[in-house]
Ligand binder design. Structure first.
Ligand code: SF4
Length: 198
């Protein structure tokens, strides 16, 4: 049974792909095959849009604060499925949020925030570190040190095309780096949220 949607807190989470261009040292995928009581989130095979939409139709939007595209991989790695599922979610009345590493435009060689206009209400982008080198040291992106600039560009583009955007960092990076991240986010006019490691 594919675990494409699961309840977590007050929200419904969408798990549409295993793929990700990073290998972050703190990634929950390195230590567990699921989150909370959701069961295994590793997908045997990735859903197409039709399968994801038909699973979504089994859920009642009134029960949830929002639908969060998150998953065990990076949601923008399956862009067409993300777009079609978000379209249906908006038709059904869900509020939508995307939790992303901010590398979607690089992965897809397209302006992803523009393609998500009208479909995603809020975006959380993992900043993880205050510089390209430090980011690559912990996230080991297939884009190397080029990843970090792309993430900052992605956030700027989200500001133009989507109603709400924020950066996130995990508290394990320490106070000093968190402060540097805050400064950098502030320069871009994007708020930064510090979250606790799972
Ligand atoms: S970007 Fe997210 S999904 Fe990808 S390795 Fe890092 S923490 Fe895991």
């Amino acid at each position: 049974m594919q675990n494409l949607f699961y309840d977590y807190g007050e929200s419904l989470y969408a798990n549409l792909t295993n793929k990700c261009p990073n290998r972050c040292e703190f990634c929950v995928r390195e230590t567990a095959d699921g989150v909370g009581t959701a069961g295994s989130l590793f997908l045997d095979r990735e859903p197409d849009a039709q399968e994801a939409v038909s699973e979504l139709l089994k859920r009642d939007p009134k029960k949830y604060k929002e639908l969060v595209f998150c998953g065990y991989g990076e949601p923008t790695c399956t862009l067409s499925v993300l777009i079609e599922t978000a379209k249906k979610a908006k038709e059904l009345g869900f509020k939508t949020r995307l939790n992303t590493n901010g590398l979607g435009s690089l992965v897809n060689e397209a302006s992803v925030p523009e393609l998500l206009e009208g479909l995603i209400d809020a975006v959380s982008i993992s900043m993880n570190a205050p510089s390209a080198k430090e980011y690559d040291d912990i996230c080991h992106s297939e884009f190397g040190e080029g990843a970090f600039g792309a993430i900052l560009d992605f956030a700027s583009s989200c500001k133009t095309h989507l109603p709400k955007v924020r950066f996130t960092v995990v508290d394990v990076i320490g106070e000093e780096k968190i402060e540097e991240c805050k400064r950098l986010a502030g320069e871009l006019g994007v708020p930064l949220f510090v979250r606790r490691a799972l």
